[in-house]
Design a protein around this ligand. Sequence first.
Ligand code: DHB
Length: 313
Amino acid sequence: MVKKTKKPSNPDLSIKLCGVMFENPTVLFSGIYESPQDLINASKNGAGAITTKSVSIGLREGHPQPRIVKFDHGFINSVGLKNPGLEKAKEELKKMLLESKSPVIASIFADKTSDFQKLAKEITEVKPHILELNLSCPNVEGEFGRPFATDAKISAKVVRAVKKVSKKVPVIAKLTPNVLDIKEIARAVEGAGADGISAINTIGPGMIIDIKTKKAKLGNKRGGVSGPAIKPVAIRCIFDIYEAVKIPIIGGGGITTGEDAIEIIMAGATAVGIGSAVYLRGRNVFSEICKEMKVFMKKEGYKSLKEIRGAAH
Ligand code: DHB
């Protein structure tokens, strides 16, 4: 008789985040794609969820070109939150909700608490799966002259204002790593009712100078640093946030391979944000990262991400 050999089962990459099912943990981070069609294509190319560019009430033209510059280990960018404004963004969001294969996270940005609340009220009427508050853009002067997420009380105030109007849509706060104690900010937004946390936004700002022209390479001179260079900071931030709060984390920052994704899940992330890696590896990066995660999981005998999440603690 021929002995049947048991085939190792295919590892399960599905996750549930804030009550929403994702086929896999990869999440297109905000700001990578601008056009709704590109975001929809990312969902077709395997992204477990997609995040829109952060939307403000009025149209924003963005900062002068060039807005993104590559260096050896990553990128710096200063887009200036270029976006078409609330009314057009609502139409674009409707299209994405109809055509995306995966959940849609709508990202909003304001420089006043009252504008965050107005945006949240209007955008949640269109019913995105999740609402993300970009509390951490480094390139725009706000009500307090610095990103909201550098102050625990101010971050909590924004979350509380948004939660009053966000209906059933889960609210996640996008945090900046540019603070002494990210745990304090994480606890404050959780205490204010946030359903999840997304981290990290870019580091810095940084600057790159062209030594021939003696000028900064970015149009806006300074810009947020992303890519593989910042991965160790991202891992540490997610590790810290996981220790501080119970709400789920979308963790990213320089995640480029399946092994990077496993690492940040071990730090405590439920989902994995993918940003600069789209520029480095192209549009198939989501399905490739999933394949690489499965190779590692099969080799190590893991069947689901539950076995891995927070395992480094
Ligand atoms: C921009 C926004 C961000 O949240 C960020 O981290 C970097 C750049 C921007 O639009 O300029």
